[in-house]
Design a protein around this ligand. Sequence first.
Ligand code: C2E
Ligand code: MG
Ligand code: MG
Length: 421
Amino acid sequence: MQKFSFRDKLTGLLTREGFQSHLMAAQDSSRQGSLVVVWFNLDNFKMFNKRFGFEQGDNILREIAGLLAKIFRGELIARFSDDNFVVLTEWTSVEMNIENLQEYLYSAHENIALRLRAGIYFPSEGDDIRVSCDRAKLACDSIRKNHSLNSCMFHEGMSRELALQQHILDNLESAINRKHIRVFYQPIVRISSGKICEIEALARWFDPELGFISPNEFINTLEHYMEIHKLDIHALKQVCSDYASRIKKGLPLIPVSINLSRLDFELCDIYSELEDALELCRVPPELIRIEITESINDEDMTLLNLGIEKFRARGHEVWMDDFGSGYSSLNVLKDYNFDTIKFDMKFLHGFDINKSEKAKYIISSNLQMARLMGMQALAEGVETIEQLEYLRSIGFDKAQGYYFGKPMGLDEIFSLERGIE
Ligand code: C2E
Ligand code: MG
Ligand code: MG
C-alpha cells in the first residue's frame, strides 16, 4: 500500500514525497549541472489567514500553485507544507521566471502587498536533494526581513549559519544541564536618583566548542524552531536560585526583569513554571518583572492577554520590551496592559539627538504618549552622558545601557559604586 500521497489535495501539485519520487526522472543526464532548486514562501501567510479567513488563504495557495504550473511548465513543482513551494528548474531562466511570478502576484493583489520570497540553490554534484532543499529554504529565510530583495541565491555563509542553528538545537539541553547557559544581570537606573532600581536578567551561552554564542543568534533559532520555552524556563529557574542563595545569606535584593518570548505562552504553561520556581525558592513575586518583546502579532492575542493579566494579578509588573523596533508598536500598546515601556536602543542610536530636531520630537512625543497611558518609560542602550542628560531633560523615568554597566554576575551588581536604591 502506498504510504504517502504524492499529490497535494488542495493545489494538485506534488507533495514533498511526490517531489522526491519523481526526482530521478526530472534529473535526466541531459539536464545535469543546469538545474537549480527554488524554495518559495509567502510573507505573513498566517496573518493573511487571520485577516481574510482560511478560505481566502486556500484560494491564494491555489492561485500560487496555478501560477507556478504556468510559469514553470513541465518542471517538477511541489507544495512541501503550508505556504512552502519548491521547484526544480533550469538556472538560465530561473530569475526571469521568479520576477514574472512576483510581478503577476503584485498586480493581481495590489491592495494586500503579497510578497512571495524565493531562495535559489545550485546543487553540486552528489548533493542530497534534502540538503539542496534546506539550502534553498535558508536562502529564502535570509531575506525574510529584507524587503528590498524578493529572491536570493544561497551562499556558504548561510551554510555556516545552518550549522550554528543545528548546533544550538542539538546542544540546548546539554548546555542547560552543564551550566553553559547562565544568566547575567544588567543594571537599570532611576534617572532622578542616579541609583540602580532594577536589573534585567539576560541569558549567556558559553559553548566549549564555539565560544560565546550571541543571544540574538540562539534566541532567534530557538524561537524559529519552537524551543524557546526551554531556555526561558531555565533562565527563570536560574534567577530564582540566584535570588534564593542571597535570601539564605540574608543579603539585600532588587527587582529583576526576565525576558519571555510571546511563544512561551503557547508552548508551555509559563505562568505556572514561574510561580512554581518562585515558591520553591521562596522568592516574592513582586520582585520579578516580565519583559515581553513588542513583535507580538495579532494571532495569539487572547492567550497572551490572559497570560499578561494573570502575571499582573499575581503582583508582577509586565513591561513591553524593544518598543519602536517593529511596525506594530502602537497596536500592541493599545491592546495590552503594560506597566513600563522599554524604548528600543534605536531611539538613541538611530539618530543623533544633538543634531536632529525631528528625532527629539519622535522621542518626546512617544514619551508623552506613555505618560498619558499611565506607563513608565525606560530607555535602553544609554552609552553616553549626553544621552542620559537628554533623557533627563525630557523626563524619562529610567535608563539602562553600557554607560551604567554591562550584564554581570548578580553579586557584582551590589558592589557597584553607583549603589542600589
Ligand atoms: P533585550 O531584552 O532588549 O536586552 C537588551 C540587549 O541590549 C542585551 O543584549 C544587552 O546586552 C544589550 N545592551 C544593553 N545595553 C546596551 C548598550 O548600551 N549598547 C548596546 N549596543 N547594547 C546594549 P543581549 O544580552 O545580547 O540580548 C539580546 C536580546 O536577546 C535581548 O534583548 C532579549 O530580547 C533576548 N534575550 C536575552 N536573554 C533572553 C532570555 O533569557 N529569554 C528570552 N526570551 N530572550 C532573551
Ligand atoms: Mg529585555
Ligand atoms: Mg530590549
